[in-house]
Design a protein around this ligand. Sequence first.
Ligand code: THU
Length: 160
Amino acid sequence: MIEKQLQATIQVYDSVEELPNSVQNLMKVAVSARETAYAPYSKFQVGAALLLEDGTVVKGSNQENASYPSGLCAERTAIYAAGANYPELKIKVLAITASSIKHEVLEPIAPCGACRQAIAEYEQKQNQPIHIYFMGKKGKVIHVKSLLDILPLAFDNKFL
Ligand code: THU
């Protein structure tokens, strides 16, 4: 038996104002996307904005359903929209923000496991990592330079 350590580096920004301008702008789009969330059940609103290689921005927000599992997270709403509408364009950056009607969300909200798996597929498809920035409603913002930093030992199509 050997023991291996898995390591990832994250960058933590104190607030959105500390981000590079282009990312601040993308985060503003994510905030506007968050306002389109349809979240009558969880009251938890998530917005996502993707920056494509030609400068196009694609938005997504969580869309819930009375049949709970039929709903979809903001990140997958956005990434599937990009895949469907701009299949040839690489995704460079993903910005995510979350808030709640029930309480203040002040810590960065990372994408759920299913969204990580979906984002991993697109990194694989485009053979290029996606920078991800995530925050709550305000406060600290976490940056990872690739989805794989938050999904070590990912399953992908090379195993098929
Ligand atoms: N949600 C997202 O949109 N993204 C995530 O990564 C985590 C959860 C949504 C799904 C659901 O509408 C609500 O937040 C509560 O789970």
